[in-house]
Design a protein around this ligand. Structure first.
Ligand SMILES: Cc1ncc(COP(=O)(O)O)c(C=O)c1O
Length: 390
């Protein structure tokens, strides 16, 4: 008997992540420089870890609020107040099991079997993957990659999003700054997307998790800058990137306060909430972590420029200098099959990259440069040498 045939179709068809495929093969190899997944190399700083450890040792080990403890939701409101320049209420926030669960809950609330959700591609594969598992059809709308005569860049044609809308469309998943391209929407683009969502009665699932990883000075533009309170926007977010907490699996949703009970129920019937002692760590991150974010962004900008200069020096790598997030998404002349090439790069150069095919960007690679500068430089030199031999 083939057990798998008896599973739900959506589960059976859930694709293997193309990022993990390379990482699983190379994990633990001596000398490998792992730039495949979306995380930095810094462990969570002590001021965050200690707050969690202290709460754990102090007995904060019981069931807690499904929506998140009041102290954390108030800290989120303070954090938003500081970075978005107006007042927010604790009732707008719910604590989730990572950004990924926030996405899952946003999907559960807006799109299911027979529905369509639009997203911009190339994209982080977990969004279309989660939409498929929810039974909805993920519909990609391609960003353009082009050369304006001076430099390469990604751009978004909002008209193309509009053309992809059908009577079945329920939501637009909008990730800016983007993983993997680093493309970052300006205010006019956000306004045009919001306008089309209003006209077609669609939800926007706004993934602005990299908003503070922005190299143009200040944070990236946000739907929060232009929306009205009753616009249909659900914000998904995470502690993973800003505070070096990828392994904690804690994030949040920002929604209209009237949706709080609905989302709390969705949390109740999935994870039933996040460990209270972890939430204490998250409060420390929010209240004391602005400097940490700033230092990481400063280092990432240097790493971005370093790797960009070395790869550009080959004359055969093409990319847009990313204004946000911490990935270089580049193509290499002569490479057609990025998965096969990523395996070769792993074997021959001992550098771990994610293949562009995993993001709907065949011919490209994603390199995470959020790492010690000497390692980023070493990885870029190894890659340049590999490209030189092609
Ligand atoms: C665009 C984007 N959204 C959401 C997430 C989710 O983050 P996590 O589930 O680690 O909190 C990631 C992680 O890579 C991401 O790149």
């Amino acid at each position: 008997m083939n057990l798998i045939d008896h599973l739900r179709t959506e589960a059976r068809l859930a694709p293997e992540s193309g990022i993990s495929a390379v990482a699983n093969r190379g994990r633990g190899r001596p000398g490998v420089i792992p730039l495949w997944v979306g995380e930095g190399d810094l462990p969570t700083p002590a001021f965050i870890a200690d707050a969690a450890a202290h709460a754990l040792q102090g007995g904060e080990t019981f069931y807690t609020w499904q929506r998140g403890i009041p102290d954390l939701r108030e800290a989120l409101a303070r954090y938003y107040g500081r970075h978005f320049g107006r007042a927010f209420a604790a009732e707008e926030f719910l604590v989730t099991g990572g950004g990924m669960q926030a996405i899952q809950l946003a999907l559960q609330a807006t799109a299911g079997a027979g529905d369509e959700v639009i997203y911009l591609a190339p994209a982080w594969p977990n969004f279309p993957g989660a939409a498929g598992v929810a039974g909805a059809k993920p519909v990609p709308v391609q960003l353009d990659f082009g050369d304006n005569g001076r430099s390469w860049g990604w751009s978004c044609d909002v008209g193309r999003i509009e053309k992809a809308v059908t009577p079945k469309t329920r939501a637009i998943f909008f990730n800016s700054p983007s993983n993997p391209t680093g493309w970052t929407a300006d205010c006019d683009t956000l306004k045009a997307v919001l306008d089309l969502a209003r006209r077609h009665d669609l939800w926007i699932i706004a993934d602005e998790i990299y908003a503070l990883f922005h190299y143009g000075g200040g944070r990236a533009a946000s739907f929060l800058d232009i929306m009205e309170p009753d616009d249909r926007i659900l914000f998904v977010n995470t502690f993973s990137k800003n505070w070096a907490m990828t392994g904690w699996r804690i994030g949040w949703l920002k929604v209209h306060p009237s949706l709080q009970q609905t989302f709390e129920s969705l949390i109740q019937y999935s994870t039933s909430g996040v460990a209270q002692f972890m939430q204490r760590g998250a409060i420390a991150a929010l209240d004391k972590g602005d400097g940490l974010i700033f230092e990481q962004v400063e280092r990432a900008q240097k790493a971005r420029d370093l790797v960009g200069d070395i790869l550009a020096g080959t004359g055969r790598a093409h990319f847009a200098v990313p204004p946000g997030a911490f990935y270089l998404f580049f193509s290499v002349d002569g490479v057609r099959d990025s998965r096969e090439a990523a395996f070769r790069i792993l074997d021959e150069a001992n550098v771990g990259l994610a293949p562009g095919s995993a993001f709907g960007g065949e011919g490209f690679f994603r390199l995470c440069f959020h790492r010690r500068l000497d390692q980023v430089e070493e990885a870029a030199n190894r890659l340049a040498e590999w490209i030189g031999k092609l």
